[in-house]
Ligand binder design. Structure first.
Ligand SMILES: [Zn+2]
Length: 65
């Protein structure tokens, strides 16, 4: 079983939080080496950034971002 990372962000505009579960491959594809992760709000579609260490501490730790 591939490990899934829990990625969580809070939209600064509407305040709703979005949670996604991504595999390491997907995380690497989108976010490898990035300090700030770009996320989309599911409610208002606004793009916002979240610190990797806040959004997904597990990934930040495993990949030593
Ligand atoms: Zn929003």
């Amino acid at each position: 079983m591939a490990k899934k990372y829990r990625l969580e962000g809070k939209c600064p505009q509407c305040g709703c939080s979005s949670v996604s579960h991504l595999s390491k491959e997907e995380m690497d594809k989108h976010f490898k080496g990035l300090d700030n992760l770009e996320l989309d709000c599911g409610e208002c579609m606004r793009k916002f950034t979240e610190k990797a260490a806040t959004a997904c501490p597990e990934y930040a730790k495993d990949c030593k971002i």
